[in-house]
Design a protein around this ligand. Sequence first.
Ligand code: G6P
Length: 607
Amino acid sequence: MCGIVAYIGNKNALPILINGLRRLEYRGYDSAGVAILNNGEFLSAKSVGKIDNLATKLNGQDLAGTYGIAHTRWATHGGVTEANAHPHADCTGKIILAHNGIIENYRELKEELGASHTYKSETDSEVLAHLIEIYYKGDLRKAVLEALARVRGTYGLVVMHSDHPNTLIAARMGSPLVVGIGDNEFYIGSDASPMLAYTKKVIFLDDGEVTEISREQMNTVNLKDINVAKHVEEIEWDEAQAQKQGFPHFMLKEIFDQPTVMADAIRGRYNLADGIAHLGGLNMSLEQMHSVKRVVLIACGTASYAALVGKYMFERLAGIPTEVDVASEFRYRDPIIDSQTLVFGISQSGETADTLAALKEAKRKGAFVRGIVNVVGSTIARETDGGVYIHAGPELAVASSKAFTNMVAALLLCALQFGRINKLTLATGQRLLNALQEIPEKMQIILQQSDKIKELAEKYQNCRDFFFLGRGINFPVALEGSLKLKEITYIHSEAYPGGEMKHGPIALLSPQFPVFAIMTKNQLYDKMRSNIEEVKARHAPIILLATEGDDKASELAQDIIYVPPTMEVLEPLLNVIPLQLFSYHLAVALGRDVDRPRNLAKSVTVE
Ligand code: G6P
């Protein structure tokens, strides 16, 4: 996720662009840049870090002009450097663009363009400027359309040309773009917040649309250059609502982001024909991979529950003994680590002090140390010898949601990569990848039940204790569901493996102590069913998570949330979503500060 702002009109563009970037800073802020046409030439400035750094750098610089583009970056391809900050230009410096999304085939395109093109950055985006350069024969819109026809991936894109100071091209595929309409002027933003101070009239671009904008008008076409009628909407949102894309909280927006960012996490990282994953960033030779006899997953909080899911995946798919350690414990118990151990540090922020210190300890003991991280260029990403970015985009709500599912997806791809060089068959690899491709769509089906889950949450809002039960690969999901409830509702809750209830915790059950049980159709279904019968016999209220089509679920409970079926090893990717929604709606019902719960911090950089 990145943020784009552009302006074409008669006002001085710079303050509009910089203020617009500040509104979009929530979309990522590792670096930023701006380019404005001044006397027929683009003048630009870039800086690493927050928008304030760019603003300070611009102090005293004369970037006057009425036609410009700006970008705040959330790095995906290429580290956090000034050179990698947008906007990017072609060889002539006449074409300039800002891009949000991922160009999957950028390496092939670069190869095809050959050595005559010089690149100033390591980004996937820059190749687009050069592609437009070769197709440009005087008509910018046509050149952009031809370039986009060659691209595989996602984009929110704004392109300018210094010979066409009254033309701006914007295109969307998978990354949002909004056009704001003023008086002989147009604004563009990744959401409406940069333009709300100037206009309430907007047009939302849809996927596969390209629009050509002058100061006087805009004309939208599809990728086949056929006109598309767009209607103007009057926006009612205030700035904060626009940033949340109309969702009342970042957490709900992030829960709903999951189908999109899951697709981002897996895109281009596997080969269906060979039933294998390719995680080039792991930076391990085949020989090194074969030498791995043990995997250790180190993390804190939500990331540690993603790690527990990863343990099942590594053991089941790759046949490699795998342990999970909470980072703060790992360091102090003199862990047995050697050169045949592969240690992953899993972290959304990439800055968690305990995880970082544990990884240093593992490195000192000679293990392979890799990261599974969201924030590109973060300390863990830099201090490990390789790893996998989870591509969840910025996560702003303190309670993690989309980072969990994308960590699980990254771990699955790792386990699959190791599995296929070990014992996993081609057929299983292919079956898994086919099922994985269906996950984003199945996530959507679950998200559509948000209102029903809200009713359930409201029904239980006066309870003071909860149990979450799961077995096998769903036990970590129960742990994560329980953590979400604690974090944002402040209600006491505990998670247990279903089979463990009878060894103590069952003594707590009463009609005031609800049990949220995960009973999806997998190899432990019958076992879990018996455990829930035990709960039912103690008259505790039961909320069941069951697989669509399980007619028998209603014999156990009245409150049931159904999820689509999938392969057992992928179940956590779906099953966690109703638990996230349940906690979210319950927190809202109780009037809690959902995005900023008491006593917690998003990134814990102290021990
Ligand atoms: C904090 C956050 C949690 C998060 C944990 C690990 O405690 O409140 O939501 O799971 O840190 O963070 P990391 O950035 O390492 O994933």
